[in-house]
Design a protein around this ligand. Structure first.
Ligand code: ZN
Length: 451
């Protein structure tokens, strides 16, 4: 962790008042932000820190300083499968599940996650929610990478690809929470995969574990057309109403996707304090429909942004999601005034932190919060001119404009170079799985009906 002063940058704090300092400074002391404000007040504000020679000074003239992005939904290790099965119908059941079952093992999951952490840090994501397998090992990689992670082992009602855990993930999750609760970077969570992969006993047990440990419970919800259809057929209720009838929905519940929602479902979300992870790119690519995030926001429901796995949405950074969120909402509601850039950026930062229960420690630049900060350069051709910095971040910036990433006060990426991970090694480790994956994918391709 560093003692740092970032100075002369344009600071988008994303605090409650959306305070913006056009020429501002941020002081990082250890893992926390201690001071920030306009340069004109720096001398006055820093009187509490007489020995500024103990601080590294980073000149941020012309640069944008903002809180790190929060990705509220992903399956990181799936990055090893990126670009496979992109256009396959019913991809989850016909392609992804069989591929995972045959190909995925612990080493592949770890190499995939490490590679994903590199992509996240290079793209300005400082907090990631992950649900996958072998999560205890993945947490150790996250710790080394220096990224903030809300991590969870995927729970199913049948054996998962995790051969260490043939019981669907519940005993593993209990131990995982014990291992990591209280860690400065890693926050354990419960992940109940979905309604169509878990029976009632699993759903209720997951909720019990989350309640007793006071951790969040995440689930894919109201995402699939068959999920909706089968739930109505079997229980006479929508998936949201069914979960509510089991007493599972509460303020610790994070519902990923949430596309097929009736008005009554939205009211349940609002009344129970359910949070939503909106995955615009993944949902659009999967032709699953447009989530009603305009209505959710109007009702005061917390909505953060997510990418989903890289086999669903192809990227893991949040910057590439931002224009999609705005454009999909504008076109589907036929109203270009909806979702101004500042609101989209709030969902990518502080609202995402809220969705993960971390709003007290991250998601905005404020004194007392952990120093999760990104710096965007503005020299690249796509970044000028800057009349509205929020608009530039949402509609002009891409991950390669992120120059520096700081997590928990540690500079983990600087000038596009990872300081906590070795990119050449990560790439080599990723490539060593390619032959196996390609061979399995070829067999799967043969089984698909020709179009
Ligand atoms: Zn997902």
């Amino acid at each position: 962790m560093a003692n740092l002063i970032l100075q002369h940058g344009t600071i988008l704090t994303m605090d409650r008042q959306d305070t913006l300092y056009e020429d501002g400074f941020v002081v990082v002391d250890g893992d926390a932000i201690t001071h920030l404000g306009p340069m004109s007040l720096m001398d006055e504000l820093l009187q509490g820190i007489p020995e500024t020679e103990h601080y590294s000074i980073l000149d941020c003239t012309g640069k944008l300083i903002l809180p790190g992005m929060v990705n509220t939904h992903s399956h990181l290790s799936m990055v090893v499968f990126r670009s496979l099965g992109d256009d396959v119908a019913d991809r989850l059941k016909r392609y992804l599940f069989p591929l995972e079952k045959t190909a995925m093992d612990k080493q592949m999951a770890l190499d995939g996650a490490a590679y994903a952490f590199a992509e996240l840090l290079l793209g300005g994501v400082t907090t990631i929610y992950d649900a996958y397998y072998f999560e205890d090992e993945i947490a150790k990689v996250a710790e080394k990478a220096g990224i903030r992670g809300v991590l969870s082992e995927t729970i199913l009602s049948f054996p998962s690809p995790n051969a260490d855990e043939p019981y669907g993930g519940i005993p593993y999750t209990k131990q995982f929470i014990k291992n990591w609760q209280g860690h400065p970077l890693i926050t354990p969570a419960v992940n109940c995969h979905a309604l169509y992969t878990n029976d009632r006993e699993h759903l209720q047990e997951c909720h019990r574990i989350a309640r007793e440990a006071d951790v969040i419970m995440c689930m894919h919800l109201a995402e699939m057309d068959y999920e909706q259809r089968d739930c109505l057929r079997d229980f006479g209720m929508t998936p949201v109403q069914y979960l509510d009838s089991l007493g599972i929905l509460d303020a610790r519940f994070l519902a990923a996707h949430s596309i097929n929602l009736e008005d009554r479902d939205l009211e349940i979300y609002r009344d129970r304090g359910v949070k939503v992870s909106h995955n615009a790119g993944s949902n659009a690519k999967g032709a699953k429909g447009v989530a009603r995030i305009r209505d959710m926001r109007a009702m005061g429901i917390t909505v953060g942004l997510g990418t989903d796995g890289a086999m669903s949405g192809n990227t893991l950074d949040i910057l590439t999601q931002l224009p999609l969120v705005g454009k999909i909402q504008k076109v589907s509601n036929n109203d270009r005034t909806l979702f101004p850039a500042k609101e989209i950026l709030r969902m990518a930062t502080i609202e995402g932190a809220k969705a993960l229960g971390l709003e007290e420690i991250t998601g905005s630049l404020e004194a007392g919060k952990r120093a999760d900060i990104i710096i965007l350069e503005t020299d690249s051709v796509n970044m000028q001119p800057i009349y509205d910095p929020y608009s530039v971040v949402v509609y002009s910036a891409n991950p390669s404009n992120v120059e520096t990433t700081i997590v928990n006060g540690r500079v983990v990426m600087d000038k596009r170079r990872l300081l906590s991970l070795d990119m050449a090694e990560l790439r080599e480790n990723l490539f060593r799985h390619q032959d196996k994956i390609r061979a399995i994918a070829r067999e799967l391709d043969k089984k698909l009906p020709s179009s």
